[in-house]
Write a protein that binds this ligand. Structure first.
Ligand SMILES: C[S@@+](CC[C@H](N)C(=O)[O-])C[C@H]1O[C@@H](n2cnc3c(N)ncnc32)[C@H](O)[C@@H]1O
Length: 169
């Protein structure tokens, strides 16, 4: 049984801060933190949320959730950055999704008050920050058996314009 459309209501989110990053052009931006090694950025939380960062320093990696505010029109079929084949958007990480929420697992390198210093960022500068959660070996590491169409793709690094990126991200 499907959910009646009338029970789905809009949700309003207020960003908790902003992401600062060296990436200003979507085309040259790494497509995942794995390909963004060394790219440093910051999560600047509103000061009212600083208390909520207590105890975060003990984690080497964080899940960062954000709003991909420069995503283009929604497309349900997309060609992923890593393959020239149309795929269902929910089987990809493409930004052109109905709710353009980005999820990046980045390294936490330090904190100054309500500012988190991050490494391996794949977000654009000025991206609205929605949430931060600790990445934990206990919860988040799985012995992955299948990665769908990604299992067909070679392991070379690429940027969002499809270029092979053999440099520093
Ligand atoms: C493939 S998406 C993956 C993002 C995230 N790691 C994920 O899996 O949800 C990465 C690309 O999104 C684009 N991007 C990053 N921040 C964005 C933003 N705020 N608005 C629109 N596009 C963004 C960049 O072009 C980057 O190469």
């Amino acid at each position: 049984m499907t959910t009646p459309e009338s029970t789905i209501v809009p949700i309003t989110l207020r960003p908790i801060g902003i992401i600062r990053s060296p990436h200003r052009d979507p085309a040259g931006t790494p497509i995942q933190p794995r390909y963004a090694e060394g790219a440093v950025g910051r999560a600047e939380l509103l000061p009212e949320y600083a208390e909520g960062l207590q105890d975060i320093d003990g984690f080497s990696h964080l899940h960062v959730l954000y709003f991909m505010h420069r995503a283009g029109a929604v497309r349900l079929m997309v060609k992923p950055y890593l393959q020239d084949t149309l795929r269902g958007v929910f089987a990809t990480r493409a930004p052109a999704r109905p709710n353009p929420i980005g999820l990046s697992i980045v390294r936490l390198v330090g904190r100054s008050g309500s500012v988190l210093h991050l490494a391996d960022v794949d977000m654009l500068d000025g991206t609205p920050l929605l949430d931060i959660k600790p990445y934990a070996r206990r919860f988040d590491v799985f012995d992955v058996k299948r990665s769908g169409w990604l299992d067909e793709v070679d392991s070379r690094r690429r940027t969002a314009d499809g270029r092979f990126d053999e440099g520093g991200g």
